[in-house]
Design a binder for this molecule. Structure first.
Ligand code: GLN
Length: 478
């Protein structure tokens, strides 16, 4: 195996043993990017080779001197382009922020650097994290490394593709309605969305603030645990950040037999037969591992997509009001008045999907419609949360598909926004309820595309999900 193909866990052992150096690892990753990036398109920015090699060399030098090296051991981390990186362009894949260079690091970036991780570059995504295929990027599409005619999923499609194509060792993304778990499942990597509040959102360009959460895309569950332990933790700069005591930093123990709930509302008509077959195989492995499988009900699931799209659009229409051409970002070059400048800037700077959501979000918040749409959606959100509370009285974890199908073809859904929204049917509930969720690969479809399952846990129980995933990982077909 080449160095860029190894997990962070495996590389850390080699680095500690002195068998390989950080320069070797960085060079392997950069060579791989040079070879495959043109066909995959995972990155919007790859940092300068010399600067990256210098940073790797600095870690090597410290290791040779016997100095303590942080948990990320000088390994490269690819970062979704909606997370602020000081001095490195952060575009949100939007023309609006094409030349935006943040003057500060997001808290997660500061934590990664503090743990001796090296920011490799910024990954492609759907504009402002709105979409499900990474086809809404203003700059380029990203292709699925397993088959270049297919999408990598979205919106963290660049991060997922970079990990799957071995163009990085670790990656981070954001998940507002499935944007880590769904691309992870389409690309066959491990995607973890932590509990809302577990990871600071400071420096994450806001989409739906009550739903947004930063998480990890990695080659193994153990790498997800490693990266989460670095990025998680209370941050006074994010008012919604929570300092969980248990979990992420704990050493894995042997998992006790669990009750795993299968919600009947997630195994419905329209779910691909190979996804269903994968679920059957996973449940039999779980039984062999000593867990009990029970049927549960999450009755308000059918309302999750409309509820999510009302709330997410409402929040984004308010969050994106700041892109007005006055303070920063794109400004139209010719206009006759202030009003004309605002209209032209936002018409030229935002793509079609973002504009559609601004209209939708403004509408559901407007006087006369607020009660009928936004307030109603907030009530249904409560019901969805109670569904989970009830379910977790009966079971310890919930297993569902991540999406109804494996990866779809590039261009297949771009002309039908509603069809694209429906891809999110099984992923948005975790965001509405603020729960942790993990997407874990398990075999391939007859077409050779990755198949995956999602596990949802109680608030703060990432560790249980990671242990379950580790066991499943060991039993997975390849
Ligand atoms: N498909 C969802 C949306 O477009 C995913 C968003 C996300 O998780 N960033 O809103």
């Amino acid at each position: 195996m080449k160095l860029n193909e190894l997990s962070a866990g495996a590389l850390k052992e080699l680095l500690e043993a002195g068998t390989v150096s950080n320069c070797d690892v960085m060079a392997a990753v950069l060579d791989r990017i040079e070879t495959v990036e043109e066909s995959i398109g995972a990155f919007l920015t790859v940092r300068d080779r010399q600067a990256l090699m210098r940073e790797a060399e600095a870690v090597d030098r410290r290791r040779r001197k016997g100095e303590r090296i942080g948990a990320l051991a000088g390994l490269p981390v690819a970062v979704k382009d909606n997370i602020c990186t000081e001095g490195v362009r952060t575009t949100c894949a939007s023309k609006m922020l094409e030349f935006h260079v943040p003057p500060y690091d997001a808290t997660v970036i500061a934590r990664i650097k503090n743990a001796d991780g090296i920011v490799l570059g910024k990954t492609n995504m759907d504009e402002f994290a709105m979409g499900s295929s990474t086809e809404n990027s203003a700059f380029k599409i990203t292709r699925n490394p397993h088959n270049l005619s297919y999408v990598p999923g979205g919106t963290s499609g660049g991060s997922a593709a970079a990990v799957a194509a071995n163009e990085t060792i670790l990656a981070i993304g954001s998940d507002t309605g499935g944007s880590i778990r769904q691309p992870a499942s389409f690309c066959g990597v491990v995607g973890l969305k932590p509990t809302y509040g577990r990871v600071s959102r400071f420096g994450l360009l806001a989409y739906g603030s009550s739903l947004d959460q930063i998480g990890t895309l990695t080659k193994t569950p153990a790498d997800a645990r490693l990266l989460l332990s670095v990025i998680a933790g209370h941050d006074p700069k994010d008012a919604t950040s929570v300092g969980f005591k248990d979990g992420a930093n704990a050493e894995p123990e042997n998992l006790k037999p669990l009750k795993i709930g299968i919600p009947k509302e997630y195994f419905i008509q329209g779910v691909d037969s190979e996804v269903l077959a994968c679920a059957t195989r996973v449940t039999s492995v779980l039984r062999e591992l000593g867990h009990e499988i029970i049927e549960i009900t999450l009755p308000h699931t059918p309302y999750a997509v409309p509820t999510y799209y009302v709330i997410a659009a409402a929040e984004m229409s308010s969050n994106l009001a700041r892109y007005d051409g006055c303070r920063y970002g794109y400004r139209s070059s010719s206009y006759a008045s202030l009003r004309d400048m605002l209209v032209k800037t936002r018409t030229e700077g935002f793509g079609r999907e973002v504009q559609r959501r601004i209209l939708l979000g403004t509408f559901v918040l407007s006087a006369g419609y607020y009660d009928a749409y936004y307030e109603k959606a907030m009530k249904v959100r409560k019901l969805i949360c109670s569904d989970f509370q009830e379910a977790f009285l009966q079971c310890d974890a919930i297993m569902t598909p991540v999406a109804p199908t494996p990866a779809f073809k590039i261009g297949e859904k771009t002309s039908d926004p509603l069809n694209m929204y429906l891809v999110d049917i099984f992923s948005v509930t975790a965001n509405l309820a603020g729960l942790p969720g993990i997407s874990i690969p398990f075999g391939h479809s007859s077409q050779g595309l990755p198949l995956s399952m999602q596990f949802l846990g109680r608030s703060g129980q990432e560790e249980l999900l990671l242990q379950l995933s580790t066991d499943l990982w060991k039993a997975s077909p390849e």
